[in-house]
Design a protein around this ligand. Structure first.
Ligand SMILES: [Zn+2]
Length: 726
């Protein structure tokens, strides 16, 4: 059974790009073998139409029937799914027979298939194609799902069976994956309070419910605030610096909002906004930056500050109840890093070289401003603009020069898919018969090296107002031999949608994001587990970004790059000079880029190391102090996300976990070094990586998995070299 966390799906972030993978370990596939489920609740729609979420899909790979699912299906399906699973679990707990691995854990793995299906479909739509009705479902269901999850974790009869098996584990003669499953269940239950007294269990339930309410409040406020924070411009001249295509897209975005004749620059989820690199009018830049920076701090209904201060407190109280000094200590226990100290040691060691580099970069930008005859001090809203100028001066590289070589479909087929073919032998075929939730979504069937079907892949690349920011991957159906399911996986990004009739030309960052998200997809497609709980991407957060970031490396690998980087009009390859500039420029501005990640990571840790008895925090003061204490308080270098719009840590599963992107960067740069040392992109190397990492899910200790692959523990050297900090 997986932790039920609604909307926890999207995570998010970064490294070069901005991704994330759903960290919620709720990856169970729908197989619906439980015919003994109770009848539907009274809240099911009364008409003859059947709720499509309640039955196993009969589409290929059990793909969701998005053409049939309605918003109004979700609430009754959630209720039904929870009811079914509770009945299934109670039956396991009440079983008069002595606990066995089969009648307890295998039975648990088979439980909750309806709920899991509903949740996966919901997560996909709520994150990528939301509306008010789904937001309402999210808000209503979050506390109910938290309570549902508690009802299972805190079922003492059930836990006693697990404990009995755990105590007898040496005599059970289990295969390694089953043994891992038993340990995982036991630790997971204890982690979620199974050993608390009855009185404390009641307290824990109440805290979990409060937390989940606050989390979904935060998500809804942020989505509304980000939409409302878009910059509306009524004078085209103010957009000077943007390309024709971008201005047309801004006009289109205005039209879509009923603001015909104006221009709209929608906000991305990060502090910095892409247009800040191009807008020549400093006042407009300042305004766009303020819209972003203050989006959730305007005092109105979308202000998140009170919500997050309360959430931090509730989380701290929960940790205390479970016997931990703070929430981070509790949260990190089952991660690769294991303790807050290990995280802080890792992150803080990166601060001095990074900030020194950032100060140096700031000096260069300031002298550029001075030389231009202007008299102002570099601010955050100037950084991207002058960095872009400096990038051009230093490398003569204009982002708009490279975009014509990155047409999105071509990058997908001749880049992302090609790399997967060269390394792993995969092939892809577009399927137009599978229903999608939005016409922008494309579906591909994935075939293994022997030509056998591996699963379905959905690509949803363009920004929409009803999509959350960032980029992410998740499953619609998870892989499991026990349930007989193959993976159905989606990637979601937020690339600028071209005006009708125009080609979709994306930036180098976007290209990298595509490879990143597809790296998660590979981790899901190669999953080869018996049990859904241990399958594919259901691994610790500080491991889950390893396969994705690793896959980014192939975007610039010459054999791959040359295969896709061709001019969309002429088919000409990118000129060698431009390629060289692009690669050189990739090391540019790394003080800033890493700096904003470090300060966000440290903000995250600061919020989650507050002790339970501390008074409610003033968000802005606390944030300023945390940045200062960690020596990351440079005025021109704000965190990648401010506390008040830090989706990963308040709305997703990345609380006390944002560092994970940097931690896994250490893993992926090191693993890529292994490839370089062993002949680079070969099928044999790919197979080894697939066998030892990508196909293993969470079936063994993750540190051991890495050591077995490489023959040593991960080291930070290749990461520092890659960032140009060494
Ligand atoms: Zn990711």
């Amino acid at each position: 059974m997986r932790t039920i966390t609604l909307a926890a799906a999207i995570a998010a972030i970064v490294a070069v790009t901005g991704c994330s993978q759903s960290s919620s370990p709720s990856d169970k596939a729908a197989a619906g073998s439980q015919a003994s489920a109770p009848a539907p609740t009274g809240s099911a729609p009364a008409k003859t139409r059947e709720n499509p979420l309640l039955a196993k899909s009969d589409l290929p790979f059990q793909a969701p029937p998005f053409d049939k699912i309605k918003d109004s299906d979700f609430a009754p399906a959630f209720e039904q799914g929870m009811k079914e699973q509770l009945a299934e679990v109670q039956k396991i707990a009440d079983n008069p027979a002595k606990p066995t691995f089969d009648n307890t854990l295998v039975a648990m793995e088979k439980s909750g298939q309806t709920l899991n299906r509903v949740q996966m479909d919901f997560n996909a739509l709520f994150s990528a194609n939301s509306d008010d009705a789904l937001s309402k479902v999210n808000e209503d269901m979050a506390p109910k799902l938290a309570a549902h999850s508690d009802a299972i974790y805190l079922n003492d009869k059930l836990f006693q069976r697990i404990q009995t098996l755990y105590n007898e584990r040496d005599s059970l003669k289990l295969d390694p994956e089953s043994e891992r499953l038993l340990e995982w269940y036991y630790n997971d239950f204890v982690h979620h309070g199974a050993k608390l007294s009855d009185a404390d269990k009641v307290k824990l339930k109440s805290l979990n419910e409060q937390a989940s309410k606050l989390e979904s409040q935060f998500v809804n406020k942020l989505l509304a605030a980000t939409k409302a924070g878009a910059l509306v411009v009524d004078d085209k001249s103010k957009l000077d610096g943007l390309s024709k295509g971008e201005i047309a897209a801004a006009a289109q975005a205005a039209k879509a909002r009923g603001l015909t004749g104006k221009w709209v620059l929608p906000l991305q989820n990060t502090t910095q906004q892409p247009a800040l690199a191009e807008l020549t009018n400093r006042d407009v830049r300042h305004q766009l930056f303020e819209n972003s920076y203050m989006r959730t701090e305007k005092g109105g209904p979308n202000d998140t500050r009170k919500t997050i201060a309360e959430l931090a407190k509730v989380r701290a109280e929960k940790a205390k109840l479970l016997g931990y000094p703070n929430f981070a200590a509790w949260k990190l226990e089952d991660q690769m890093a294991k303790t807050p100290d290990a995280v802080l040691k890792f992150v803080r060691a990166l601060v001095p070289p990074t900030m020194a580099k950032a100060r140096h970069e700031a000096g260069e930008l300031q002298s550029m401003i001075d030389k231009s005859g202007k008299h102002f001090k570099l601010q955050a809203w100037d950084w991207e603009f002058y960095a872009e100028k400096l990038r051009k001066a230093k490398y003569d590289l204009d982002q708009n020069q490279v975009k014509p070589y990155f047409e999105v479909d071509n990058v997908l087929k001749n880049g992302v898919f090609y790399a997967a073919h060269e390394l792993y032998g995969l092939t892809f075929k577009e399927r137009k018969d599978i229903p999608v939730y939005n016409p922008d979504v494309k579906v591909f069937e994935v075939f293994d090296k022997d030509g056998k079907p591996l699963g379905l892949f959905y690509a949803d690349y363009f920004k929409r107002d009803n999509k959350q920011g960032g980029a992410w991957m998740d499953n619609l159906v998870g892989q499991s031999k026990l349930l007989g399911t193959k993976p159905v996986i989606y990637n979601v990004c937020n690339f600028t949608k071209p005006a009708p009739g125009q080609p979709a030309l994306i930036s180098w960052d976007d290209v990298t994001t595509m490879f990143h998200e597809f790296g998660h997809a590979l981790h899901g497609f190669f999953a080869s587990q018996q049990y859904p709980s241990l399958s594919g991407t259901n691994v610790a957060r500080d491991f889950v970004e390893f396969p994705s970031q690793f896959n980014e490396h192939w975007a610039s690998y010459p054999q791959v790059f040359n295969h896709y980087a061709k001019n969309y009009k002429t088919g000409e390859p990118m000129p060698k000079e431009l390629v060289a500039k692009l690669h050189k420029a990739a090391k540019f501005n790394q003080g800033y880029a890493l700096g904003e990640l470090l300060s966000a990571s440290l903000l995250d840790m600061s919020w989650h190391m507050i002790p339970a008895d501390a008074p409610l925090k003033d968000v802005d003061k606390f944030e300023a102090q945390a940045l200062k204490d960690n020596h990351t308080d440079l005025s021109y270098l704000p965190p990648r996300y401010r506390s008040s719009y830090f989706m990963h840590i308040w709305g997703n599963g990345y609380s006390a976990g944002y560092y994970a992107y940097l931690w896994t960067e250490m893993l992926d740069d090191d693993a890529y070094q292994w490839f370089e040392n062993h002949g680079g992109m070969t099928r044999a190397n790919g197979q080894r990586f697939r066998d030892m990492i990508l196909s293993r899910g969470n079936t063994e200790d993750l540190g051991k998995m890495f050591r077995d692959f490489y023959g040593k523990d991960p080291e930070v050297g290749p990461m520092l070299k890659d960032r140009g900090l060494k």
